[in-house]
Design a protein around this ligand. Sequence first.
Ligand SMILES: Cc1ncc(COP(=O)(O)O)c(C=O)c1O
Length: 439
Amino acid sequence: MSTELATDPSVLHPVNAPCTPDPGPIMKPDVEPEAEKPFQIRLASRVYRLPPYMFGRINQLLYAKRRADHDVIDLGMGNPSDPPEDIVIQKLAEAAADPDNHGYSKSNGILNLRREVASKYLKRYGVRLDPDNEIIVCLGSKEGFSHMCLALMGPGDTAIISNPYFPIHMHAVALASGSVIALEVADAQKFLSNIAYTCQHLYPAPKLLILNYPHNPSTATVEPEFYVDVVKLAKRFGFMVLSDFAYADVAFDGYRPPSFLAAKGATTVGVEFTTMSKGYNMAGWRVGFCCGNSEMVKALATIKGYYDYGMFQAIQVAAIVALRHTEAAVETQSELYQHRRDVLVDGLRRLGWTVEKPKAGMFVWARYPEFWQQRMNSMDFAMMLLDKGNVAVSPGGGFGEAGEGYVRMALVENENRLRQAVRQIGRCLEREAQAVSAT
Ligand SMILES: Cc1ncc(COP(=O)(O)O)c(C=O)c1O
């Protein structure tokens, strides 16, 4: 039998050939596998495009310390440590006991949950949204955000992100084969003028602007007028906008984080992501929402329709109860974070650090002392605090080069533990500074 490929397709598929032709005697393949050659797993190039995971070293040491029974005060991740309200948990249990809630749910979320989100947007921001076309439920906002990037971005497309940035803002674009340009976020007016400059000078012009206020990690906030300018720029330069509004519900001293969607014309140019992870203490539940431009929402629905079968319905039912009945608890949670913020910032200031009090979010973004900045980068500084002080923080450099010289501390431990963390940091730095001076 010839091993050459036939060029005439009728030879391969003769019209009258029986459906299962007799294969004849079974022959051994003539290529024996080379036993000693290791099998190679070859990943897709998009995986290699991802930058190295910056928090790996810290996490490894944290894990080792925990296994060795060290009591580490963990301010590394913005993972809420308080539970949701009892009525929400009770509703989840009740809904989980209902046999009707165990099948596949709607991939874009049940209508009553989308209605509840529309009602919150109207009450809180005066924004009217159509639950059918302008709202979709996501498996946490990060999932929705990432798949939206997949729906919008491809090779040759550029997104503007902030510098420093929340890592997924870069990674989701990279995984979608797009590129990012990171612009300094600390000063909102400068950020806007840099966006305009980039749009004028980059070719092809950026396709997407990714915003995140209250900002993680830098805690920067904006006023509503900022979004009015964003919409003007988006229309002028033709870029779409993704607003990551993860910290919508966590704000202090009377500050009310504005919604991008409240700016006139916002739903023409973009969408906003919100979450129940932070204000409602439901991070593990994975409930987020994407709201705004109907074409973009539809594009996300299309991608999600292929990838997932929606969220466990019992969770959606309990999320409705949380949105409808626990607004007061969300306020109380913010007050709790505010007290923790005061304890931590005041403590660090007593140690001589220059730290601003954030107006919102779950973090303190602290510039560590000059003495240490001259000697080590934020990664080594964070490793030292963990190794010698038993306090875990996130190195600012892990969020982009504009984060160098900073550490991010999450307000996820109680006030006593935060006081203890400050004491441990103080002692650790004193000891280490003496050791440095002695050498
Ligand atoms: C800025 C920002 N966006 C999104 C997320 C992810 O939120 P979710 O739990 O809804 O996926 C976080 C979580 O830390 C965040 O800080």
